[in-house]
Design a binder for this molecule. Structure first.
Ligand code: SGN
Ligand code: CA
Length: 563
């Protein structure tokens, strides 16, 4: 139950009666299309776009990983049973803000301009929900925005968003009328708001696009009280490369996203200081716990107490402690996923109960993938598989056969053109992706993409992942890191799916690498990306150029992060 605990002024915004209509922005964004004449047509499909934050495909049971077999997501899987699971779904830049901007605009980061978190997004830019709104759809957004303070001016009829990254407990919620803390658990609050809108605020005579953007399972991984003990004590299989030494991969070696070295023992892992203690170990951002009600806090920490006491009582070796941390991380992370799965179930049930499931496209995705201990990591950013890939499941009865597995490579630039097409609108010339309708039956047209392009920019930044770009084909991957670490990496994903052996110096792959460099050059030209060093720029030269640039970036980067 959603209850207001502060800022009476915002109560009107949370009292959820009547919908707020924002004026459409008139600002001359570079790529706003002429709005088609409003068209009210019942038969146009509704869209429910559900996106979680940092949800690894390894933690969606439809993807059949060992972890998800132990921690299944039966409701998310319903979408795949009724529709399609995209086996090769990739992001363009594995980071929250850039991914969200990409999904809205259908453009790569360098085109929409939001290359790293902490920049200010221009809400007046063309986006697909506004285009649908202009053609007669009702549009609503609930949950995380994280592109700037609020979606004001982005074209949504109704919105309520979590402040910044969003808090798990009693989050601050921003609405057109103000900001207030709402008591409860973020995933449930966002779900309640969405269902309330569907049930009470929506005009049943018009099609709708509803965007549900969860905070979970993002750091600091706090499950709902009801899920705290769900996986406590479960033994999850430890990835074979959990104790990776990063040989031959300098950028991988230089990162700061290691579970046993870089996670905060208090803030992330909720480890206490000693047997019987309730005091957290390292916890630089106290507000995540301080904002809980005394009762929530008591329930949360008493649920963890026996496990914390046992850990504190045991005299563990460094290695055993690293393994213990992995299990605690999994328990907390997957505990947050459980509430997301509940939420998806509630939304699907609502659509079915109200007879809206037949004419509604339901999408489940995440803003990027995530590491669940592979290479010893949490977080994302790298072009390695676990963060490059993102879950994507779509149901659309009558248009996608139940149980379809789509193997064609798709990227998050493809979402915007898909929604335009399914809503019966003309394509937007600035879009760089392709409509997924073409692969709904898993028989892609002959000219469907064979390889995908990736570019990550945020360095210096959290977790110290160096800037890089690259290409992935069905079997191979070529990555160029640049900045203070300049290096090429080459992987044969068939022989080395865990990406442990960088074979860039192996003479046997010389011609393959030459071919991949050509493809990469082609992709950069096709998508008009000339940021970063050119593909044919020698490593030594790039290294010299980086010295000056890095200093400038360090100076400019001081205020990049919310934390
Ligand atoms: C926060 C997290 C980082 C994370 C970034 C980006 N720290 O800064 O671990 O990489 O967000 O995440 S936290 O302890 O404050 O949560 S993103 O999903 O928004 O891109
Ligand atoms: Ca994210």
């Amino acid at each position: 139950m959603v209850r207001i605990v502060a800022f009476a002024a915002a109560a009107a915004g949370l009292s959820v009666t009547g919908c707020t209509t924002l004026e459409q922005p008139t600002a001359a964004a570079p790529v706003i299309a002429a709005a088609p004449a409003p068209l009210v047509q019942q038969s146009r499909p509704n869209i429910v776009f559900i996106m979680s934050d940092d949800h690894a495909y390894q933690a969606v049971s439809a993807y059949e990983s060992d972890v998800s077999r132990i921690a299944p997501t039966p409701n998310i899987d319903r979408i795949a049973q009724r529709g399609a699971l995209f086996e090769n779904s990739y992001v363009t830049n594995s980071l929250c803000g850039p991914s969200r901007a990409t999904m809205l605009t259908g453009q790569f980061s360098h085109m929409h301009g939001f290359t790293r978190n902490g920049q200010k997004y221009d809400n007046s830019r063309w986006n697909w929900p506004r285009a649908l709104g202009q053609s007669g759809y009702q549009t609503a957004l609930f949950g995380k925005w994280h592109l700037n303070y609020s979606p004001e001016g982005a074209g949504f009829d109704t919105w309520k968003v979590l402040d910044d990254q969003g808090k798990y407990y009693n989050p601050d919620v921003i609405t057109p009328t103000g900001r207030s803390a709402v008591e409860g658990y973020a995933t449930d609050i966002v779900t309640d708001q969405s269902l309330h809108w569907l049930e009470q605020e929506r005009d049943p005579d018009r099609p709708f696009a509803l965007l549900i953007h969860h905070k979970a399972p993002h750091r600091n991984f706090m499950p709902a009280i009801r899920h705290l003990q769900k996986y406590l004590g479960t033994e999850f299989p430890v990835p074979t490369n959990y104790f990776d030494h990063y040989d031959g991969r300098r950028a991988a070696d230089a990162q700061e996203m290691n579970i046993y070295r870089d996670m905060f023992e208090g803030h992330d892992l909720k480890m206490t200081t000693g047997v019987g203690s309730k005091e957290l170990r390292e916890n630089p951002w106290k507000n995540d716990f301080e904002r809980m009600t005394p009762q929530q806090r008591a329930e949360y920490f008493s649920a963890l107490q026996p496990s914390n006491d046992a850990m504190n009582a045991a005299d563990m070796s460094e290695r055993d402690m690293a393994l213990w941390k992995y299990q605690r991380y999994m328990s907390e992370y997957l505990g947050t996923v459980a509430a997301v799965d509940d939420s998806v179930g509630r939304v699907l049930d609502w659509l079915e109960t109200n007879g809206l499931d037949e004419n509604t496209i339901v999408v489940y995705t995440s803003d990027q993938g995530f590491y669940l201990g592979e290479h010893g990591w949490f977080d994302k950013r790298f072009m390695y598989e676990e963060s490059l890939r993102t879950p994507l499941l779509i149901q659309y009865p009558g248009h996608i056969a139940p149980g379809t597995r789509v193997t064609a490579p798709v990227q998050n630039v493809d979402y915007a053109p898909t929604f335009l097409e399914l809503a019966g609108l003309a394509q937007q010339p600035s879009i760089q992706g392709r409509t997924l309708r073409e692969v709904f039956d898993n028989s892609p047209p002959a000219d469907w993409r064979e390889d995908i392009y990736y570019h990550y920019y945020e360095y210096p930044g959290f977790h110290a992942v160096r800037a890089h770009y690259g290409v992935r084909t069905e079997r191979y991957k070529l990555i160029r890191f640049y900045g203070d670490i300049n290096a090429w990496e080459f992987y044969d994903l068939q022989a080395d799916p865990a990406e442990m052996h960088n074979r860039i110096d192996d003479p046997k792959v010389r011609s393959l690498v030459a071919d991949l460099k050509q493809r990469l050059e082609g992709l950069r030209a096709r998508y008009q990306d000339d940021s970063g060093p050119a593909v044919d720029a020698p490593l030594a030269l790039a290294s010299a150029m980086a010295k000056g640039r890095r200093d400038a970036e360090a100076a400019a980067g001081a205020g990049h992060h919310a934390h």
